[in-house]
Design a protein around this ligand. Structure first.
Ligand code: ADP
Length: 368
């Protein structure tokens, strides 16, 4: 019988698997030294399953089915986002580096007074890059990333949701350093005003808060020199478009609350230039300038939608002729295409809506 793998080995194996599969898809002449795991997909699957089972065995008081679900649905790999992929948001990036990435990479420097935070909230209008930032943090901090949407935690069966939450935190600790990213946190951390909902959402919230507190207790152990809790580096990173709906108790636990605003003109330019980089277009500097004025109030995802729609312009006007037109005869994308698209791709946040974010940021946001 082979010795039991440690959680860290498991993680390493999993990561190498991902690389191995990625590469083998592209080329079949990869040397086996570079990618030691030349397992067939089936072998890969079997080993992964065995390793997961092994971890589940080691967890006390965790429901096996729930743990399986966490592994199956929540741990994400691949599809990496890097800092450079995100236009602008420099202060948010810096703040995430300081609060999460550096402490995860250099835990020895972040002790005592410099102890890293256990929770960070990204809030702001939809489509401003909050999810992208979370994914970049995962990539750059080399941690296990648990990406969960509130709905994947909500089970219609009584008690199941709490089991999932417990399994989530237990596995995150086991595979630490870990980041638990919860999108739409407002829907599980809602305040009493929408308590008309139900008993089960209240229970998820409580369980989540209890589990989260247990992390801080572990951190205290770390400070007092308890070696075991070195493995307890787990951070809750959450995103919301509705920060004012978050319960006060939960809000306080997010020590850092980072506002992710609509992109400034400079950021919109960076994004537009990037989006158009590999396209044939006639946009000159002054066209970009004009576009920046026209896209005031647009979010990052609005800009992406706009550019995608404008890119369709030259194809759209061909109609059925599109089917017979050689690629090099398709006309380049122009400012007119953008102007047409601007007629129906509108900003998704209103002025009033924006003000609400800014007020919340003033009252509860961390500066920076
Ligand atoms: P949020 O989580 O804030 O709602 P996302 O991170 O999911 O927003 O962004 C949605 C999409 O909008 C992204 O996939 C990307 O195409 C685009 N986008 C948003 N913000 C940016 C940004 N700062 N830089 C580049 N693309 C962005």
């Amino acid at each position: 019988p082979t010795p039991k793998p440690t959680p860290k080995q498991v993680l390493a194996v999993k990561k190498s698997f991902n690389k191995a599969t990625d590469v083998s898809e592209k080329s079949s002449i990869t040397s086996s030294e570079e990618h030691p795991s030349t397992l067939s997909p089936k072998e890969h699957e079997n080993l992964k399953e065995a390793l997961e089972d092994d971890i589940i065995e080691q967890l006390r008081g965790v429901d096996k089915t729930a743990a399986k679900q966490i592994f199956a649905e929540i741990v994400v790999h691949g599809d990496e986002v890097h800092w450079e992929d995100i236009a602008g948001l420099e202060s948010a990036k810096n703040s995430l580096k300081e609060a999460v990435v550096y402490p995860f990479l250099r835990p020895d420097l972040f002790l005592g007074l410099r102890e890293p935070v256990r929770g960070m909230l990204l809030f702001g209008p939809p489509g401003t890059g909050k999810t992208m930032l979370a994914r970049a943090v995962a990539t750059e901090s080399k941690s296990t990333f648990f990406s969960i949407s509130a709905s994947s935690l909500t089970s219609k069966y009584l008690g199941e949701s709490e089991k999932l939450v417990r399994a989530l935190f237990a596995i995150a600790k086991k595979l630490s350093p870990s980041i638990i990213f919860v999108d739409e946190i407002d829907s599980i951390m809602g305040s009493r005003s929408n308590e008309s909902e139900n008993e089960s959402s209240r229970r998820i919230k409580n369980e989540f808060l209890v589990q989260w507190s247990s992390l801080s207790a572990a951190a205290a152990g770390y400070q007092s020199g308890d070696d075991d809790s070195d493995d307890q580096r787990v951070l809750v990173l959450a995103a919301t478009n509705l920060p004012w709906q978050i319960d006060e108790a939960a809000r306080r636990r997010f020590v850092r609350r980072q506002y992710i605003p609509l992109p400034e003109s400079e950021t919109r330019k960076t994004q537009l230039v990037k989006l158009m980089m590999h396209q044939t277009h006639t946009l000159e500097d002054e066209d970009f300038k004009a576009l920046l004025e026209l896209t005031e109030g647009y979010s990052g995802s609005d800009i992406t939608s706009l550019a995608k729609d404008a890119a369709m312009g030259p194809l759209r006007e061909l109609g059925d002729k599109l089917l017979f037109t050689p690629r090099d005869q398709i006309r380049p994308i122009s400012l007119i295409d953008f102007k047409n698209s601007l007629n129906y791709i509108k900003p998704s946040v209103s002025k009033d809506g924006l003000e609400q974010y800014e007020n919340w940021a003033l009252e509860f946001g961390s500066s920076g």
